[in-house]
Write a protein that binds this ligand. Structure first.
Ligand code: SF4
Length: 73
């Protein structure tokens, strides 16, 4: 019973703004750990390099555009 409760809470985790932010760069370590790097931290020290997740409010948030993804290709 407790096991199903745990998996339920994992599935309902708050989504982070970083996931859809243009400043975010995903880092996957060789061991498979995943980190979200905030590239805005390079120019603005107010933003941590690896913001504690999930981020629900952020003044630097910029929504990733489809067009931006197309331009990178
Ligand atoms: S600017 Fe904010 S929302 Fe975007 S990656 Fe950095 S911390 Fe996350």
């Amino acid at each position: 019973m407790a096991r199903s409760d745990n998996s339920k809470s994992r599935n309902t985790m708050t989504p982070s703004l970083c996931e859809t932010c243009a400043w975010m760069r995903e880092i996957i370590t060789p061991k498979g750990s995943r980190f979200l790097l905030c590239q805005l931290s390079k120019s603005d020290p107010a933003y941590p390099k690896y913001p504690p997740q999930p981020i629900v409010r952020c003044g630097g948030y910029q929504r990733k555009d489809k067009n931006e993804d197309e331009l990178k290709q």
